[in-house]
Design a protein around this ligand. Structure first.
Ligand code: HEM
Length: 543
């Protein structure tokens, strides 16, 4: 029997019953409850000593692993969950703890939590032993509110099967066909910015808002085969609900972390306005997606040419129930727009902070693309053109490396397993930290935290490289690797190339307040806490 508070209570009950029968002389009338509390107190004390001292110091099979500095009594290292940017405290631990690929940290009540740090350990967690692990039940329960039971949340055979069904939508040939869509939406995005600039005097815009609109429009077209057109209609219900849910406030950060610590029913029963807002926005999103599914099913009956969007592919596979289609759609709309929107926002930030890089990138863009409108012509091979631009690819990779949209990911062992030969028992939490791995000087060299797009360009050939000079592809974890990696990686990279090329080709930009300290916020994804205000000036697109 596992040592838990609930089990301590059950044991106390049994012990009280036994004492009642075997020590009747000790019982005064009506004192069963009293006995129960005495036993419960003793059991709880034993449990506490076991959890806090005996197990972690003498019994845990992980006790010999190097322990990160800074563990507090009772809470261990768990308070780092509240620190921002997510992943930064883990980077500090990785830098200062001598290790062979695994570092031990402590959670609440000194539970074992591992951080994997080197390519061999990451390969085991993400690829070789991937199905020995799942997303932790508490984070799944929280994310399920927003994403339903879509691909991101399912596990085991169900996940394997669904991923196989959806994969054709992300085949590289299909992504190639989507490039003209990405490009024409990128131009529309720039036109919307130009229109907003011409209206206001200040020439200052919060770029995150436009990034969210364009990426939602793109996933709408590619995921649903339907133009949500939020760039043209800022008042769209879908975008309003997403913006409300995803706005990175401190309150939402606390709300998320509390869900990781306390039972959900407890937080949901608190008189907290946010509970109500979450209920309203999630049910709005579900209703909108349910309408999309009904309309799509009706349209498919009359289509002459086979649509290739994600929803059509899922419907045609006949493998998804109507309610599961709604959940998958919720997942793809959220995972497919929020991530690339934040990557685009971080691109504009790093390029504002590095005007020399911005200027060099603009020259490359103008040289390779003499006429931006010509790329909307269906006969143009936009994919080959954008993929052949070394500096553009270097900038996009470097942004994704330094600001991975999902900075921290966690796994939970569902059976005993091993990582690089180290035995890891069932129910252990394992952290995979893209933020820390992508910035680890041991993997990237002393300039690991600097913005250097050139590291992605082969010095001799002048071509884009795949690994940025790192020895292993596990040094770059932005999309993770293996069966639970981002299914939309190719899609996201193609979309980002188009958006960055159009944005930098059309505008010169800088931080509206050069002294503003940008705070990285967000719950699951990383976004600037107070938005990203840029001063933008249209430039002439000249070859
Ligand atoms: C810069 C953009 C993106 C980044 C950095 C990113 C990152 C990630 C990461 C790290 C995961 C794994 C999460 C975990 O297991 O903890 C993931 C999963 C996923 N992503 Fe992305 N993503 C991006 C764009 C997209 C796009 C554009 C789509 C869809 C069109 C997408 C759809 C998904 C889905 C469905 C999963 C779940 C895959 C599975 O569990 O099999 N992502 N993404």
């Amino acid at each position: 029997m596992e040592f838990t508070v609930a089990n301590a209570a059950v044991s106390s009950l049994l012990e009280s019953v036994l004492a009642y029968f075997f020590l009747p002389q000790r019982y005064l009338a009506g004192s069963f409850t009293w006995f129960f509390f005495i036993f419960f107190f003793c059991n709880f004390a034993i449990l506490t000593i076991y959890k806090l001292v005996l197990y972690p110091i003498l019994l845990s099979p992980l006790r010999h692993l190097p322990l990160a500095r800074g563990s507090w009594p009772l809470v261990g290292h768990a308070l780092i969950l509240f620190q921002r940017p997510g992943g930064e405290p883990h980077l500090r631990m990785i830098k200062e703890t001598e290790n062979d690929g695994i570092i031990l940290t402590r959670g609440f009540f000194h539970s074992d939590r591992l951080i994997v740090t080197n390519p061999a350990a990451l390969a085991d967690v993400l690829v070789h032993k991937s199905y020995d692990m799942e997303k932790p039940p508490w984070s799944r329960a929280f994310l399920r509110k927003f994403l339903g039971d879509g691909l991101l949340m399912t596990e085991g055979d169900e996940h394997r099967h669904h991923r196989k069904q959806i994969m054709p939508a992300f085949h590289f040939r299909h992504i190639k066909e989507l490039y003209p869509v990405f490009w024409s939406k990128s131009i529309e995005f720039c036109d919307a910015i130009k229109a907003a600039l011409s209206e206001g005097e200040s020439k200052v815009l919060e770029i995150g808002h436009y990034s969210t609109q364009v990426t939602l429009d793109i996933i709408g077209l590619a995921g649903l085969g339907r133009d949500i057109a939020s760039l043209r209609n800022s008042d769209d219900e879908l975008i309003n609900n997403y913006e409300e849910i995803l706005e990175p406030t401190t309150e939402k950060g606390v709300y998320f972390v509390l869900h990781l610590i306390f039972p959900h029913w407890l937080i949901e029963s608190l008189p907290w306005k946010l509970n109500n807002r979450v209920r309203i926005t999630t049910s709005n999103l579900k209703r909108i997606c349910a309408d999309f599914v009904v309309q799509k099913k009706a349209n498919l009956k009359h289509e002459s040419e086979e649509s290739r969007d994600i929803l059509s592919i899922m419907i045609r596979s006949n493998d998804f129930s109507d309610s599961n289609l709604v959940d998958q759609l919720l997942t793809f709309l959220a995972a497919g727009h929020e991530t690339t929107s934040s990557a685009l926002t971080w691109s504009s930030y790093l390029l504002s902070k590095h005007p020399d890089v911005q200027t060099r990138l603009r020259s490359e863009i103008h040289e390779y693309i003499p006429d931006p409108r010509a790329l909307s012509n269906p006969s143009m091979d936009v994919a080959s053109l954008l993929e052949s631009m070394p500096y553009l690819n270097g900038v996009c990779n470097e942004v994704l490396r330094l600001y991975p949209t999902i900075p921290v990911s966690a796994r939970y062992t569902i059976r005993d397993t091993t990582i690089t030969g180290q035995f890891v028992p069932k129910s252990t939490v394992i952290f995979v930290i893209p933020w820390a791995i992508n910035r680890n000087p041991k993997l990237w060299g002393p300039d690991a935290e600097a913005f250097v797009p050139e590291r992605w360009i082969d010095k001799e050939m002048g071509r884009a490289t795949m690994n940025g000079g790192a020895d292993s592809n596990y040094s770059f974890l932005t999309f993770l690797h293996g069966p639970r990696s981002c299914i939309g990686e190719r899609f996201a990279r193609a979309e980002m190339r188009s958006l960055v090329a159009a944005l930098v080709g059309m505008f010169r930009f800088e931080m509206a307040d050069p002294n503003e300290k940008i705070v990285v916020g967000g719950t699951v994804t990383s976004k600037p806490m107070n938005g990203m205000r840029l001063k933008m000036t249209p430039v002439e697109w000249s070859a």
